[in-house]
Design a protein around this ligand. Structure first.
Ligand code: MG
Ligand code: ZN
Length: 186
């Protein structure tokens, strides 16, 4: 079994212009390359779990998503990092599909298909729906980053179960995860 970091995309890995639809709009947030590199060195595989309702709404051509994700991989090459898999919900919220976060299905499906042990894996995102999906999937930790919508999410938190950690950036969040691992392994 492998261990993974499940990553929200927009607002967590990249700037979120709203319905990002062209590869040239894809830009990494500060610290993302360094954070992902540290996590991969720590033995985690990287899986993006993302709601892309812009496809279902007709705002993002489905073929563009492939190009956008290739652009993301290209931006990560200098860090020696590859996203192992993209698990996406392309449905509109009104469709009430089974996969849109906060439902855990994107995470559960990826875990099943890639042989990932959820109890050894973490979810990282900038919205409540990311944290809820990680918690519902049974991840070891669900962590918030103060990028994208993260600060707003933190201020408006109204749930009992808090994220285990809130980091200013992905690199800070990665350091916390790796510190946990070190602590647990003694
Ligand atoms: Mg997001
Ligand atoms: Zn869906």
């Amino acid at each position: 079994m492998r261990k993974a970091i499940f990553l929200d995309r927009d607002g967590t890995l990249n700037d979120d212009p709203g319905y990002l639809s062209r590869p040239e709009q894809m830009a990494l947030l500060p610290g993302v390359g360094e954070g992902l590199r540290a996590l991969v060195q720590g033995g985690f595989i990287l899986v993006v779990v993302s709601n892309q309702s812009g496809v279902g709404r007709g705002l993002i051509p489905q073929g563009a998503l492939t190009q956008i994700h290739q652009r993301l991989q290209d931006l990560l090459v200098p860090y020696g990092v590859v996203i192992e898999h993209f698990e996406l919900c392309i449905h509109r919220p009104e469709a009430e599909c089974a996969c849109r976060k906060p439902k855990p299905k994107l995470i559960l499906d990826a875990a099943q298909n890639l042989g990932i042990q959820l109890s050894a894996s973490y979810m990282v995102g900038d919205k409540l729906s990311d944290i809820e999906a990680g918690q519902a999937a049974g991840c070891k930790g669900s962590l918030l980053v103060r990028t994208g919508e993260g600060r707003r999410t933190e201020k408006s938190w109204d749930r009992l179960q808090m994220p285990q950690f809130i980091g200013d950036s992905l690199v800070e969040t990665a350091a916390w995860i790796l510190g946990q691992e070190e602590f647990l392994s003694g």
